[in-house]
Design a protein around this ligand. Sequence first.
Ligand code: SF4
Ligand code: SF4
Length: 385
Amino acid sequence: MASAAVMDRLVARSLAGNAPLNVHFDVTYRCNERCVHCYLDHADHGEMTTAEIKRVLAELADAGTLFLTFSGGEIFLRPDFFELLACARKLRFDVTLKTNALLITEERAAELRRLGVRRIQISLYSADAAIHDAITKVPGSFARTLEALCFCHTQGLLVKISCPLMKQNIAVWREVQALADSLGVTFIMDPTISPMMDGDRSTLRMRLAPSELLPVMQAPVFDSPAPAPAKDDAADMAAAFDNIPCSAGHNSLYISPYGDVYPCVQLPLPTGNLREKSFAEIWYGSAQMRRVRNVKESDLAICNDCAIRQHCQRCPGLAFMEDGDLGGPSQRACELAEAAARIAGVRDPVSGLRALGRLHATSNSHPAQLVHIAALSTPQEREAL
Ligand code: SF4
Ligand code: SF4
């Protein structure tokens, strides 16, 4: 495992040179669960074939990608998934899997280990089977997921429980954390709830208001500071992130099952299709990718005058989804920044949008963003590698 210092240097260099270090690849949107909050269209509208994906993987390897996350939908629904995995490992990618684990048997867990998969992130919504199964709409899914999680852990894979937070399970997240602790695996929460891909906004009814997230924001799990990097590395990292909002389009990107390339899974700005162009043509030549890279922190007019900017985790993808403005503030970020500022002791915090009289009361008009930051964007994530 690379040390945090080596990782910091690697991230800094990839940001400086726009190397596509980190790729999130959804290989299917099909799924064997029907989670109440899911935003995906599960129909197959023409997923890339085995040969097409292998070609893309080879192009990514040529371009310098190192960290590859296979996600979906449910990745194990692809009959060729182990073939894709073997190809990815042959190309020396450091592979992470995101799965509900329903299709992972003891033998398959051993095969994952044999292929050299190190990390696997498994969705678990509750430590109570009834709550979990009500969210996935698959009776018995809690027991099957938990069993598969133990198979992976026994094989020595680094297992992380991912607990998406919503109205249905906000009261029980501590039990999920306790379960993760008792199993000896790591744990992450994510309150991001997105509108469905077809524009249906019904999923947003499950999104948590800032007031409901306050107990989570105050929990010690979010208070543990990352170890300080060495002085030179800290300088490298600060310089690399100086004046850019995040890693999206700079050293990380998202690929859909249909070959569409986006700067981030949370930034739905199409930049090209891998059936029409090579990866290098899109990554280095797309005008949209350049548009993302040209957004500088110092250009964020409203945010630059914001009194509580240090409490804000503005996501450009969210700002883009809300207003189509990569450089604008975000309603949700403003709401959450005010909540975070209150926790930090600021009396009557005023976000940029509130100062302009444009902060609406908590609405469900856009997805939530609080602790989800793409891998490699934070010292914690880099440390976890
Ligand atoms: S802040 Fe994170 S989630 Fe938002 S666009 Fe950037 S990398 Fe993606
Ligand atoms: S709180 Fe709102 S205005 Fe302030 S920095 Fe964050 S997004 Fe920008």
